[in-house]
Design a protein around this ligand. Structure first.
Ligand code: BES
Ligand code: ZN
Length: 597
């Protein structure tokens, strides 16, 4: 037996699935997907097959070719892994079919009431499979090493549409009146966590010959404007990494409960609607998800223990794209904003330093609980150090060789290091890669990013208590304002809050990065005038990046703690399960805070 992933029952010594064929019906009444999946195997496979499942009801398993029933055994529930589904694959069987349905509270799905959408008329469904939730959508070898191409037929009630992380393969007349049948095909092998499905009232707008944005009809126009420049970003990324290999680059704007900023589902990036700031200032997230088409989707982390390979490289790439599109200053501001996120995560894991290494060991730890800015920002800094050590030009050559060598595979940190060593012998030792990869915190050689603008903004913010106030701030870009707000004291008097809000019109902002940074200060300052807006934001938005600091800031005072509990009670039913868990974690810490200062 060779299990290679602490989060999967996938066994390297067993037959490996060569493709998935899904036939599913989306049942909004029962909140389940039900149907069948056929798993194909290379010729001559046979023997024991262990699959991952979570919350699935298995109706029947049979040999696809002759419909002979197969015995199956569902193991006990493991709180992190779910239940192992064990089958015996008859010698020579080319494929098995499993009839099953998902659970109404499948961890990888969120079913929304019409009231939770922008249009308010139709229900909505979306998936989020990374890191280990694909198994709640279908029985599979849910390990990134077990890559598969797939096709799918999805029945959805009229007038809704379905999109997937795959190319459309035609809509055919459904045999059932009142239903539409969508067909999809993803010919390239993807890790299971990149399976994605969304169903709702959707409208698409073309942005270029290969890029389209999908959204609910009432947001489609706004989305098309916000992301209009995506084709230019794709072309810059191709310059950096080589040709875009996935054919189309489409995007879907989700309802506001989507728990992430973006998710790099291939051919269909999922995005939070909080990016629709109306000024294109938050499109870094699109650059990031697009960059994953290479770093993540083409070359993939073997397991969640090597997550930095996905995110560190992608953040580095996102910043390089920022430089190519908007200049060096824009890139520097990106690194500076990231520095703050990194320091915050290092503080959060002060008691768990083992989660601040890049190459993690996650046996017994749920990847959702280990999530932080560390693989992103520490990882990106390590890539930056590699680039410095090789020199910019040699690094570009290295990157292209790396992509070419590992394309469509899923690799470990150790494989990555072996490749670097082979290309640049001795380099890893010179930069003390061991400290970056295996030791907690930030190594001594970690880069610090400087720019005059940055120094001026931070100094101005830090001198707030001495009475320093901004001048000429009308000319600040949204990023500059964000950096300024980030460096203000976390708690201010109400007069100071009123001055800031009056000067910058913060409470009414539509740019969520700025709005949330302001609300964090205002909440931490127990500043009552923002409470209604705070409630509105927390009831509407489920993005974890915003919920965590907002609820944490509300923990500083007795009155705001009560407010937070009150809001959470009302908001919890509409949050995604992941968001709910993050907020519960924050609220539990309130208990340790004692009485208000
Ligand atoms: N792949 C991640 C999101 C993710 C990570 C989902 C781990 C589940 C488990 C995505 O590419 C991402 O990093 N999103 C960021 C955007 C950002 C860093 C620009 C986010 O959601 O904030
Ligand atoms: Zn990412």
């Amino acid at each position: 037996m060779t299990r290679i992933d602490p989060h999967s029952y996938f066994d390297d010594a067993q037959p490996r699935t060569s493709s998935w064929h899904l036939r599913l019906r989306v049942d909004f009444q029962r909140r389940v997907l039900d149907g069948e999946v056929t798993l194909l195997f290379p010729k001559g496979s046979g023997g024991t097959l262990d699959l991952d499942t979570r919350g699935l009801t298995i109706h029947r398993a049979y040999v696809t070719a002759n419909a002979t029933s197969l015995a199956f055994e569902l193991g006990p529930e493991d709180p992190i892994l779910g239940r192992r589904l064990r089958l015996e694959l008859p010698k020579g069987a080319m494929g098995i079919t499993i009839a099953y349905e998902t659970s109404p509270d499948a961890s990888g799905l969120q079913w929304l009431e019409p009231a939770q959408t922008e249009g308010k008329l139709h229900p909505f469904l979306f998936s989020q499979c990374q890191a280990i939730h694909a198994r709640s959508l279908l029985p599979c070898q849910d390990c990134a090493v077990a890559r598969v191409p797939y096709d799918a037929q999805v029945l959805v009630p009229k007038p809704l549409s379905a999109v997937m992380s795959a190319g459309p393969w035609g809509e055919v007349e459904a045999a059932l009146p009142g239903w539409r049948l969508f067909k999809f095909r993803m010919p390239q092998p993807i890790p299971p966590y990149l399976l994605a499905l969304a169903v709702g009232e959707l409208e698409g707008r073309d942005l270029s010959a290969r890029a389209r944005v999908w959204a609910e009809p009432c947001t489609a126009e706004k989305a098309a404007w916000e992301f209009a420049e995506v084709e230019a970003t794709i072309q810059k990324a191709e310059g950096l990494f080589g040709p875009y290999d996935w054919n189309r680059y489409d995007m879907l704007v989700l309802p506001p409960s989507f728990p992430y900023g973006g998710m790099e589902n291939p051919r269909m990036t999922f995005l939070t609607p909080t990016l629709l700031a109306g000024d294109r200032s938050l499109v870094d997230v699109v650059a990031h998800e697009l960059a994953h088409s290479w770093t993540g989707n083409l070359v993939t982390n073997a397991t969640a223990e090597h997550f930095w390979l996905n995110e560190g490289f992608t953040v580095w790439a996102e910043r390089r794209l920022l430089r190519a599109l908007h200049g060096q200053e824009a890139e520097l501001l990106g690194w500076a904003i990231g520095q703050r996120d990194l320091e915050e995560s290092l503080r959060r894991f002060e008691q768990q330093p083992e989660l601040t290494v890049l190459r993690t060991h996650l046996e017994g730890i749920d990847p959702d609980d280990a999530f932080s800015s560390i693989p992103y920002e520490k990882g990106a800094r390590f890539v930056w150090v590699l680039e410095q050590a090789m020199g910019a030009q040699a690094f570009e050559v290295f990157l292209k060789a790396y992509m070419a060598h590992f394309r469509f595979t899923s690799i470990s940190t150790e494989q990555f290091c072996a490749f670097v060593e082979q290309q640049h012998p001795g380099l890893l030792a010179r930069i003390d890669a061991d400290a970056w990869l295996h030791q907690p915190g930030l190594p001594a050689g970690s880069p610090r990013f400087h720019s005059d603008k940055l120094e001026a903004l931070t100094a101005l913010a830090q001198a707030w208590p001495q009475g320093a106030r901004p001048e000429n701030s009308e000319a600040w870009s949204p990023k500059e304002l964000l950096i300024y707000l980030q460096h203000l004291p976390r708690e201010l008097g109400s007069e100071d809050c009123a001055w800031l809000d009056g000067h910058f019109q913060l409470t009414q902002r539509g740019n969520y990065e700025i709005l949330v940074e302001w609300l964090v200060i205002a909440a931490g300052s127990d500043y009552e005038p923002v409470f209604p807006r705070l409630r509105e934001v927390l009831l509407r938005v489920g993005r974890m990046k915003y919920l965590r600091p907002l609820y944490a800031a509300l923990g500083r005072h007795e009155r705001t703690r009560t407010l937070a509990r009150d809001i959470f009670e009302a908001a919890a039913p509409s949050y995604h399960a992941l968001s709910r868990r993050v907020v519960e974690g924050v609220l539990e810490k309130y208990a340790d805070l004692g009485v208000a200062q």
